[in-house]
Design a protein around this ligand. Structure first.
Ligand SMILES: [Zn+2]
Length: 84
């Protein structure tokens, strides 16, 4: 089997969601907004700094057959190896 690397754009979207889940909503002038989305739009440089720091912790490889996510290309390559 083969492995595919995830696009950075998709990783960024997932990281935004990760921050939203981790930090929840923030209160801005009486309105609630998801924290990751606020950071991305208000201070994208700070968002990118966090993103770079966390990039190693985000699964970046997909099994080309089933789409399962892995942190190394080797694991993704071995995912559907059995039975093929
Ligand atoms: Zn697989």
């Amino acid at each position: 089997m083969y492995a595919e690397k995830k696009g950075t754009l998709r990783l960024r979207e997932e990281f935004e969601q990760y921050l939203n889940d981790k930090y929840g909503d923030v209160d801005v002038c009486g309105n609630k907004y998801p924290a990751g989305s606020v950071l991305l739009r208000y201070d994208s440089a700070a968002f990118d700094n966090l993103f770079d720091a966390e990039l190693d912790n985000i699964p970046q490889w997909l099994c080309g057959a089933c789409g399962n996510e892995f942190d190394t290309s080797e694991k993704a390559n071995n995912c559907c190896l059995k039975g093929t």
